[in-house]
Design a protein around this ligand. Structure first.
Ligand code: NAP
Length: 295
């Protein structure tokens, strides 16, 4: 059996970031509009610190303004809400991202709802979720947007495909289902109570795994020739005492069966940050009333 094409998320993200940088230069030049992204991080979770550093570097590299707010883990919910209110009112800030997870004493939903929907570049605000679900222009969550772009790389026309998404979270599975409906896929959302998960997965022309369980999706869950998008990022221990990143798909098995597949790392991950920058440009254009350059 021939091996699947590997969908190169790193290369696609690089080319998207180059187009974003061009768009930002054009907006700055023609409209004196410098898209600005504020990233708020609370506490000292090492993984979150790494994500935030990388978001900041990418934002600046694209020619955009970056505002970092690093708050101690003891920050109260009210202090965070006050900061968000300030960012909502700041005309230099077009996108606001509060890095999750938050410390236990802060209610995630209250914080997400406090972000001005027009600046909600994570696309988590119920207003944006509702706009997306009703097929209206919205800021859509970055990982699902990136996943659709990767699927399009492999299948060009997604219309009519049987798509199965394993995972129904608000940040990945549900918004991805909405985006794939827009692409005219026939969408199934599977989850922990799905009966015969392997059988459901095997129906998919486009199979997306967003579960958070290392290498759960085996080769015999994959329909021959299917496009497989692996959203999972799991750090597992190796025999030599180190760690490595793996997805939710058993890559070694699935690559023998699929038509195309994303690797981990180097698949969905790099697209998430590129789509965050794209959302910030989209938000800046909408707020300024300027036409969004094609990205
Ligand atoms: P989540 O909120 O924990 O949701 C996991 C989903 O998987 C839930 O819907 C759950 O079902 C389902 N699930 C759990 N165990 C299952 C099982 N044994 N069989 C079938 N379904 C099962 O996770 P998430 O935030 O969506 O993230 C999912 C994965 O994507 C994680 O590995 C995360 O690190 C990764 N991720 C990557 C990026 C990126 O940039 N690449 C971004 C976000 C997330 P129930 O609803 O029934 O509990």
């Amino acid at each position: 059996m021939s091996k699947a094409n590997i969908i190169d998320g790193k290369a696609l993200a690089l080319s998207l970031r180059a187009s974003i940088a061009e768009a930002v230069a054009e907006l700055t030049d023609k409209h004196q509009l410098v898209p600005g992204l504020a990233v708020v991080i609370i506490g000292d979770d090492p993984a979150s610190q790494v994500y935030v550093r990388s978001k900041r570097k990418s934002t600046e590299k694209a020619g955009m303004a970056s505002f970092a707010h690093t708050l101690p883990g003891s920050t109260s919910q009210q202090e965070l809400l006050d900061l968000i209110a300030g960012l909502n009112a700041d005309p230099a800030v077009h996108g606001i991202l509060v890095q999750l997870p938050l410390p236990e004493h802060i209610d995630e939903s209250t914080v997400i709802c406090a972000i001005e929907p027009a600046k909600d570049v994570d696309g988590f605000h119920p207003m944006n979720a509702g706009l997306l679900a009703t097929g209206q222009p919205a800021l859509a969550p970055c990982t699902p947007v990136g996943s659709v772009m990767l699927a399009r790389q492999a299948a060009r026309n997604l219309s009519g495909l049987e798509a199965v998404i394993i995972g129904r979270s608000n940040i990945v599975g549900k918004p991805l289902a909405q985006l794939l409906l827009r692409e005219n896929c026939t969408v199934t959302l599977a989850h922990s109570r799905t009966r015969d998960l392997a059988g459901v997965a095997r129906r998919a022309d486009l199979l997306v795994a967003a579960v958070g369980r290392p290498e759960m999706v085996k080769g015999d869950w994959v329909k021959p020739g299917a496009v497989v998008i692996d959203v999972g990022i799991n750090r597992i221990a190796t025999d030599d005492g180190g760690t490595r990143l793996v997805g939710d798909v058993d890559f070694g098995e699935a690559v023998q069966v699929a038509g195309a597949i994303t690797p981990v790392p180097g698949g969905v991950g790099p697209m998430t940050i590129a789509c965050l920058l794209r959302n910030t440009v989209q938000a800046a254009c909408a707020i300024a009333g300027v036409e969004m350059p094609k990205l």
